[in-house]
Design a protein around this ligand. Structure first.
Ligand code: AOS
Ligand code: ZN
Ligand code: ZN
Length: 424
């Protein structure tokens, strides 16, 4: 299904008066609201193909209805999101879950929804049917070179699919590690991983990037071979200019200062981008901003500061993606909520008075610094984000319109109740 512009316009008309009041009020508080709106409008957050089905815990999956059962339907889903919020203009594919049979057709379909292809993701954390060697004891780190070669070849294959779709980055997330002391020689595992990544790196096109994602633990519970930003950065530095460290918000040990990590990676020119989500305990993959919205704002505060210092374009300079899925909400609504939370945090970060903050820092005025940041964080900027969406042709209230237009009911009618998403 597609959401007609007329349906969006009618929805907006109903909410227009109330929206106008809120927006006029906040506009007075902002120094250059037009410049702000332009940045917010440009900011797009990619949707991962694996977040479109109802996720699960490792204990069970409770599938929803009308899930997308093909790549075409996943593109349709992201198209729906983008029509509503005008901020989800890209999709990130996971190979082999989403192998495009005819890349040109798939590209045309995506273009018809105004979508492009974000980073492609390889998968050497599962054994696929018919696969020769098992990844039970790792992939790129494996003690057996034949297993490593199989995993390297898979990544090269993923790059080829990405080239056909005009993707510009490969994201490598590895489950490699060990669950018991003594199981692995840490140095050997790291060296093997480095050598494997070097081989993959050789196959990257000139204008591509490699995103090296780290994760503290899970599925391995004693050691992970790329466990933190230090290990990822070490690899990225050894690999070369095209390799960067990817920050997934759920991949740290509890209470890690992620905003500080982000600021240093930016300073080093090695920040790839993000997998946005939120968490209370570990890699919970909850809706972005649902647990720690202040942290999300502080991260964006560092991003805006660091990107401006380095002259990096906010919209295109880094990889912005969501990596969240769970089993209680409609996944599409959940994604709308995540995108909204990310755009609110970004908008607030743009509103920080950087000169005043800098002055407070230089004067060791701790109180002032806190006042500046919290003053912005406690400002309701939802109408700015809504105005940006409105100007781009999106809905004033995407979640509201999703319900009003009975999007899920229509998808169930089209796809059936038993349609289950491929992938996770
Ligand atoms: C796994 O924990 C990582 O977050 C991955 O980025 C991602 O969730 C995975 O590649 C999807 O299967
Ligand atoms: Zn991730
Ligand atoms: Zn994760």
């Amino acid at each position: 299904m597609r959401i007609e512009q007329q349906v969006i316009d009618q929805h907006n008309q109903k909410l227009e008066a109330k929206h106008r009041r809120a927006f006029n009020y906040i506009s007075e508080e902002v120094s250059d609201v037009e410049a702000l709106l332009e940045k917010v409008q440009q900011f797009q957050i990619a949707i991962p193909s694996w977040a479109l089905g109802t996720g699960g815990t490792r204990f069970g999956r409770f599938t929803g209805k009308g899930e997308p059962s093909s790549l075409e339907q996943k593109i349709e889903d992201v198209g729906l999101l983008h029509a509503l919020n005008k901020s989800s203009g890209a999709i990130s594919l996971h190979i082999p879950w989403d192998i495009p049979k005819d890349a040109d057709k798939i590209k045309d379909l995506a273009a018809s929804y105004d979508l492009v292809f974000d980073a492609v993701n390889s998968n050497t954390f599962q054994d696929q049917p018919g696969q020769e060697y098992s990844y039970k004891f790792g992939s790129l780190q494996h003690v057996d070179p034949t297993v490593r070669k199989q995993a390297v070849d898979h990544n090269i294959e993923v790059i080829k699919h990405g080239i056909a779709l005009d993707s510009k980055a490969l994201t490598v997330w590895l489950a490699d590690g060990s669950s018991f002391p003594g199981q692995l020689n840490f140095r050997e595992a790291f060296q093997n991983t480095l050598e494997s990544l070097k081989e993959i790196y050789k196959h990257l096109p000139e204008d591509w990037k490699m995103f090296v994602e780290y994760k503290a633990f899970e599925p391995n519970f004693y050691s992970t071979t790329i466990a933190d930003w230090g290990q990822s950065l070490l690899l990225a530095n050894k690999l070369g200019d095209k390799a960067y460290t990817l920050v997934d918000l759920g991949h740290h040990l509890p209470n890690a200062n992620i905003e500080q990590i982000v600021s240093l990676l930016l300073m080093e020119g090695k920040l790839a981008g993000f997998h946005f989500n939120d968490s209370k305990y570990a890699d919970d993959d909850l809706t972005a901003g649902s647990i720690k919205p202040y942290q999300l704002f502080l991260i964006f505060n560092e991003l805006v500061d660091g990107m401006d210092a380095a002259g990096i374009d906010h919209a295109t300079g880094l990889g912005w993606m969501i990596d969240a899925s769970h089993n209680l909400k409609d996944p599409l609504v959940d994604l709308l909520q995540s995108v909204e939370a990310i755009k609110i945090a970004y908008t607030q970060a743009l509103m920080v008075d950087r000169k005043a903050l800098r002055a407070a820092q230089q004067a060791n005025d701790v109180v002032k610094a806190q006042e500046i940041l919290q003053g912005v964080f406690r400002t309701d900027v939802r109408s700015i984000v809504a105005e940006a969406r409105l100007r781009s042709g999106g809905a004033l209230n995407p979640v509201g319109l999703f319900e009003e237009a009975a999007v899920r009911t229509k998808l169930i009618e089209e796809r059936g109740s038993n349609s289950v998403a491929t992938g996770l």
